[in-house]
Design a protein around this ligand. Structure first.
Ligand code: DX5
Ligand code: ZN
Length: 228
């Protein structure tokens, strides 16, 4: 089943709780939570305190914590305590990938690996059976509002084949430059979980959260055409 995961990176941080309530009410499935450290990526965002604040605010939807931080292990238990559902990390950010996956699982969260556009998929040979999520970056990480990189569609097809071949229960997510104009093509490449930041939140800029309904409905309408 397809899931839409708005990236709160493009939300209005001055009223984040309300923004998250509004996108969820508009039909979003998962809250995509971008964590940047000004070291692994050249930008700085939010951490476990904000994740916990969203839970305290009453958000019950899955929170997909995308950790663009290095090192990664130290902060994992904090995100687990803060109420993250998925915790995904970049293999380049961990010296011991298998250990980090285990740490996420032991902390009670669902582990995922994130691949930058030019990062090869080799480590999946040994890790895929243990993962609940593979996240393919379709932009270089660090910023919202960038242009979709088309060669990532080939990677998506490869990962989908691996998931099917092994019969794994693992979501395939894409992150970066996704919107109503390309979501169908992305789904046809085997992706089932779609991060969209600027495509969703920019639609609501100007203060009308009802525009979130319109853009999420447009994304779903495109998904409904897949395979036809
Ligand atoms: C980029 C982040 C993305 C970003 C996507 O490093 O991981 O989640 O917010 O934003 P859009 O959908 O605007 O490309
Ligand atoms: Zn992200």
């Amino acid at each position: 089943m397809y899931k839409i995961a708005p990236s709160i990176l493009s939300a209005n941080f001055a009223k984040l709780g309300e923004e998250v309530d509004n996108v969820l009410a508009a039909g979003a499935d998962i809250v995509h939570f971008d964590v940047m450290d000004n070291h692994y990526v050249p930008n700085l965002t939010i951490g476990p305190l904000v994740c916990e604040a969203l839970r305290k605010h009453g958000v019950t939807a899955p929170i997909d914590a995308h950790l663009m931080v290095k090192p990664v292990d130290r902060i994992i238990p904090d995100f687990a305590k803060a109420g993250a559902t998925y915790i995904t990390f970049h293999p380049e950010a961990s010296e011991h990938i298998d250990r980090t996956i285990g740490l996420i699982r032991e902390s009670g969260c669902k582990p995922g690996l994130v691949f930058n556009p030019a990062t090869p998929l080799e480590v999946l040979e040994y890790t895929l059976p243990k993962l609940d999520m593979v996240l393919l970056m379709s932009v270089n990480p660090g910023f919202g509002g960038q242009k979709f990189i088309p060669f990532v569609l080939d990677k998506a097809r490869k990962v989908r084949k691996m998931i099917v071949a092994g019969g794994y229960n693992c979501r395939l997510e894409i992150d970066g430059g996704v919107g109503p104009a390309n979501i169908k093509e992305v789904a046809e490449a085997g992706v089932d979980t779609f991060v969209a930041g600027s495509a969703i939140f920019n639609a609501g800029k100007g203060g009308d959260p009802h525009r979130y309904d319109t853009v999420i409905a447009a994304l779903r309408a495109e998904l409904a055409k897949v395979g036809r």
